[in-house]
Write a protein that binds this ligand. Structure first.
Ligand code: GLU
Length: 505
């Protein structure tokens, strides 16, 4: 069997789009699933749209996401160069080949001449004008001019483009892996420019030549390229090459179902309602874990199977399970809340030691020095299931390192009752007597106080939490107290019963 070779072929024209990252991911997963090769090819022949730094951004985003290409500008490989701008000689050669075989022609029309043709067609009330079989015989090209005239124009250095001579009334069929059979009639297709007047190829020619020369077996890309398929199929036919398998991925939509497109905002937190940021860099900046973003975008268009409710997939599971058959045809709607949830799930799956190393600089930035690594490990273990982002640790867990200076007024109002001081005093007495200051001992102590006072556990739990942490939410109370330790707990409870009642006055 031929070895699977997929490619991600972005044009460096700006930021890395979430949809682009998904295309890269699906190409990566498909290649890995089949023990194949994942290639990065930079399609930078459109010099007018080239953006400085965009290629570096792309490579950085793929590295960040862990989608490291087996071949590409940074990894090298036997099929390079992997920048199309360094392969222009090749495209010229193949374009000449098409000219020689009569599949392509020189066109010398100026932009004004083309506009005037369009104007005439418009006036005649015909459908939107294209440079195609209807008009090509009325234009200035090597189909209408004699050989000597053409040679003369070329010798004089007259600007020209090379166009593909699309045949009239031909049907092109593709068996798309996602959409099934799709048919196109050539009358919908214009005589595509293959080589532009600046000598650079257009996307269409370069893409086909490179997919062939790089032995690409599967083309997996966004749905916006589906309409180009007839041109591509015809190019394969003209060259006598076999077309790779094709799979066109569904669109990704904003929550309001509009297209996820460009934007002019500076952060993810400023998006207008119903929209999400399409720029991958914003997600990196906001602190999403790479494996969470990958997990989430894998599910934007793919699912593990009917009735399979799993949502959390480490990348090796995605590699095991990914298949093009399970990619949906319908557009996917981006859901930021789900992404946040997936992020929190991946944080909780992380090794505590890794989290500790990442959290230390955050604490240091706040001037917090944990009493020991062991203590920090215990706190992180307790909080790692409660963070949506790792940088929330200091906010969520500050009270593990510093005595609370304030008490959340809403919780005070709701949870601090007339008998809170009395109940806490009794609890202090109970826990002072405990042989082991552990979860089980504290739970029993609390229940003894509750019973004696004929109070529900909640009536004691909430004021205790408030006094020791200053907040109304957090991890399980007994675990929290155990980690804080007896001395700290008793000191904080004593301070709480002194300070909190003042807030009620
Ligand atoms: N360069 C094209 C892009 O920017 C690649 C399309 C394809 O994968 O064929 O998306």
């Amino acid at each position: 069997m031929t070895k699977v070779r997929t490619r991600f072929a972005p044009s460096p024209t700006g930021f890395v789009h979430i949809g682009g990252l998904r295309t890269a991911l699906y190409n990566y997963l498909f290649a890995k699933r089949h023990a194949g090769t994942f290639i990065l090819r930079i399609e930078d022949t459109d010099r007018t749209r080239f953006v400085e730094g965009a290629t570096e951004n792309l490579i950085h985003a793929l590295d960040w996401a862990g989608l490291v290409p087996d071949e590409g500008p940074s990894s090298g490989g036997d099929y390079g160069p992997y920048y199309q701008s360094q392969r222009t000689g090749l495209y010229q050669k193949y374009a000449r080949d098409l000219l020689d075989k009569g599949y392509a022609y020189y066109a010398f029309d100026t932009p004004e001449e083309i506009e005037s043709m369009r104007e005439k067609v418009r006036q005649a009330g015909a459908p939107p004008p294209k440079y195609d079989f209807h008009v090509r015989l009325n234009m200035r090209n090597s189909l209408t001019l004699g050989e000597t005239e053409v040679q003369k124009l070329l010798d004089e250095g007259t600007p020209y483009v090379i166009r593909l001579k699309i045949p009239e009334d031909r049907t092109f069929d593709v068996e798309d892996k996602i959409r099934g059979r799709v048919s196109f009639n050539s009358s919908q297709v214009d005589d595509q420019v293959l080589i532009k007047s600046d000598g650079y190829p257009t996307y269409h020619l370069a893409n086909i030549v490179d997919d062939h020369l790089m032995d690409i077996t599967h083309v997996i890309r966004g749905e916006e390229w589906l309409s180009s398929v007839p041109k591509h199929l015809y190019l394969y036919e003209c060259f006598g090459w076999q077309s790779p398998v094709m799979a066109h991925l569904p669109l990704i939509l904003n929550p309001d179902k509009s297209k996820m497109s460009k934007r002019d905002i500076t952060s993810l937190d400023d998006m207008p309602s119903g929209k999400v940021d399409p720029d991958v860099a914003s997600y990196i900046k906001k602190g999403y874990e790479p494996e969470a973003l990958i997990n989430y975008i894998a599910l934007l268009g793919w699912n593990p199977g009917e009735g399979d409710e799993r949502q959390i997939f480490p990348v090796h599971d995605l590699v095991q399970e990914f298949s093009l058959e399970r990619v949906n045809k319908a557009a996917a709607v981006f859901d930021l809340k789900k992404l946040d949830w997936i992020n929190s799930q991946h944080i909780s799956l992380k090794d505590t030691k890794e989290l500790v190393e990442r959290i230390k600089p955050q604490l240091a930035g706040k001037g917090i020095v944990p009493e020991s690594d062991e203590y920090l490990v215990r706190v992180v273990d307790l909080l790692k299931t409660r963070m949506s982002f790792i940088d929330q640790f200091v906010t969520l867990g500050e009270y593990f390192f510093c005595e609370p200076e304030q008490y959340d007024p809403v919780t005070v109002k709701k949870r601090w009752k007339d008998d809170s001081v009395k109940l806490i005093l009794e609890f202090i007495e109970e826990i002072s007597k405990l042989e082991m200051f552990d979860k089980a001992g504290m739970e029993q102590a609390l229940h003894r106080v509750a019973e004696r006072n004929d109070a529900g556990a909640g009536r004691i739990i909430h004021p205790i939490r408030l006094a020791v942490s200053g907040t109304g939410v957090g991890p399980g109370l007994y675990e929290l107290l155990e980690v804080l330790g007896r001395e700290t707990v008793i000191n904080r409870l004593k301070k709480g019963i002194k300070d909190i009642p003042k807030m009620k006055q």
